[in-house]
Unconditional design. Structure first.
Lengths: 376, 134
């Protein structure tokens, strides 16, 4: 096995007493203290994440737009400079190779420039697929994997915007929701976007490795007045689940299509350009002929669902839990899973989750489980 | 974690349970090391009073944010009481695993079954030698 990589912030994590775990080829902080406390800090105050393990691939050139249109079901032509969109890389059978955010950077029509932020666990697959298709279609694009040179810090929570203002970027200058811009933060050139993986308002800051530690320290320092805390991958997982965001490799894989993963909201039905898996995806969007679909559920019995637990309906196995756990801000036990579409998949449908050979009741609920407006 | 007062008559197992035997009744819980490894305890499933288990048998489950872990009997015996407070306040295990965070009380156990259990000092040595192996 290859040795594990460390982000530029690694020493800071150990100084802060983090429990370090291997994740997607990296040594990452799981938690600094209590996961529940870190979770609630992001929901109620502000938290700082080191997510430098994520991959950054820049795609630019005369045919960058045409090229990306071929790779994802989303309509990338709708992006104005600075705009971001959630999408999936799909294969020829409409399976999801990865999910990602594509950001259009400041550019012009003749030479477009995009940033793709992808999962660490899929970076190699993604890059190979992108390179292969560039050659296969003879696209005039430049593909630049900057993942090893860039750090990514994420500031998330209701005080994120105040904190970024204190860091020197006024609220008027801050990127609005799902946009990105270049900025000077703490005297460093960064790309800063208004995106995240927590369900809260927040920012993701892309910075050169060599400047990352200083920025990390400055954010923690200036964030003290908002009671900022560093947040590990443990809370990142509970936060994203509570916001009902999918985790690649767990809630979807290359044998799952976007409509099966309940990601139809991210797929326009009227995109003209061809893309990988288009025929299958459009047929599924139109005919709803998927054999399984991702649903969100809430335990109504006193038990916690976990990854790979079986889902039953009237004593018959109908599906499998892909993510399950506690929702600290909702004080509920929730999960995501796939169920066969030959049973009702509507909100309110009663299910049973098999936990240690016993059945515990659950019910399909509306997603997202948590939205910001629920905050007290 | 704050330093806890460790009861002096405690015995520990390799699977990180403790047992405090006083005459005919013993209290069973999980060690401070186990608590530290688990992190926030969010759910505890305990057996019914009256249930009997043999040594090494799983008698319940402790769930942290990340995972569910089974807990094993340090000695065979009959459950005479379970810590009802844990149903509403599983975090008592994090706060004080030796006092407020105990799991079950058992009777009808055979003390000779505890011959291979470790004193707290021996348990600490066992943990250290385990870390060295890693």
């Amino acid at each position: 096995m290859d040795s594990l990589k460390r982000t530029p912030i690694y020493e800071e994590h150990t100084k802060l007493g983090a429990k370090i775990v291997p994740f997607a080829g990296w040594e990452m902080p799981l938690q600094y203290g209590s996961i529940i406390d870190e979770h609630l800090t992001v929901r109620n105050k502000v938290g700082l994440f080191d997510v430098s393990h994520m991959g950054e691939i820049f795609v630019s050139g005369r045919e960058a737009l045409d090229f990306l249109q071929k790779l994802v079901p989303q309509d990338i032509s709708k992006l104005f400079p600075g705009k971001a969109v959630y999408c999936q890389l799909t294969n020829k059978t409409a399976g999801i190779i990865d999910d990602l955010i594509i950001y259009r950077l400041e550019d012009n029509e003749e030479y477009q420039s995009y940033l793709l932020i992808v999962n660490a666990s899929r970076l190699e697959e993604d890059f190979d697929w992108i390179e292969f298709n560039k050659k296969d279609g003879s696209y005039d694009v430049e593909i630049d994997n900057q993942s090893d040179n860039m750090a990514l810090l994420s500031v998330q929570g209701p005080f994120a915007s105040d904190l970024i203002e204190d860091m020197g970027l006024s609220k008027d200058e801050q990127p609005v929701k799902f946009t990105i811009k270049t900025a000077c933060l703490d005297s460093y050139d960064v790309l800063i976007s208004r995106t995240g993986y927590t369900g809260e308002d927040g920012f993701e800051i892309l910075i050169k490795n060599e400047n990352a530690v200083h920025l990390w320290q400055e954010i923690l320092e200036k964030g003290q007045k908002y009671e900022i805390k560093p947040i590990g991958l443990g809370a990142r997982d509970t936060l994203r689940l509570e916001a009902s965001m999918l985790l690649y490799g767990q809630d979807m894989d290359d044998k799952t299509t976007p409509p099966e993963a309940s990601l139809s909201w991210s797929i326009p039905s009227n995109k003209e350009e061809d893309y990988f898996g288009k025929e299958i995806i459009l047929s599924q969007l139109e005919n709803k002929n998927m054999s399984k679909i991702l649903i969100g559920f809430r335990m109504t019995g006193n038990a916690i669902a976990r990854h790979n637990y079986e889902i039953y309906k009237d004593n018959e196995k109908v599906g499998i839990v892909t993510s399950g756990g506690i929702a600290p801000a909702l004080k509920a036990n929730i999960g995501l899973g796939y169920i066969n579409t030959n049973i009702p998949t509507l909100i309110g449908t009663k299910l049973d989750i098999k936990i240690r050979d016993k059945f515990f009741p659950a019910e399909i609920v509306k997603r997202p489980f948590y939205v910001r407006s629920m905050r007290k | 974690m704050d330093k806890l007062e460790v009861p002096n008559n405690i015995l520990c197992t390799k699977s990180h349970e403790y047992i405090i035997a006083e005459k005919d009744i013993a209290t069973v819980g999980i060690t401070d090391y186990a608590v530290d490894q688990l992190g926030d305890v969010v759910f505890v499933e305990l057996p019914d009073v009256g249930a009997s288990f043999s040594k090494g048998e799983s008698f319940g489950t402790i769930e942290s944010v990340k995972a569910a872990s089974e807990i094993y009997m340090p000695v065979g015996g009959k459950v005479i009481e379970v810590n009802e407070n844990l149903a509403k306040q599983p975090e008592l295990i994090n706060e004080d695993c030796f006092e407020k965070g105990w799991l079950i009380k058992i009777a009808e156990f055979d003390k000779s079954e505890l011959d291979d259990a470790m004193s707290y000092d021996e348990y600490k040595d066992f943990l250290e030698s385990n870390e060295e192996e890693e």
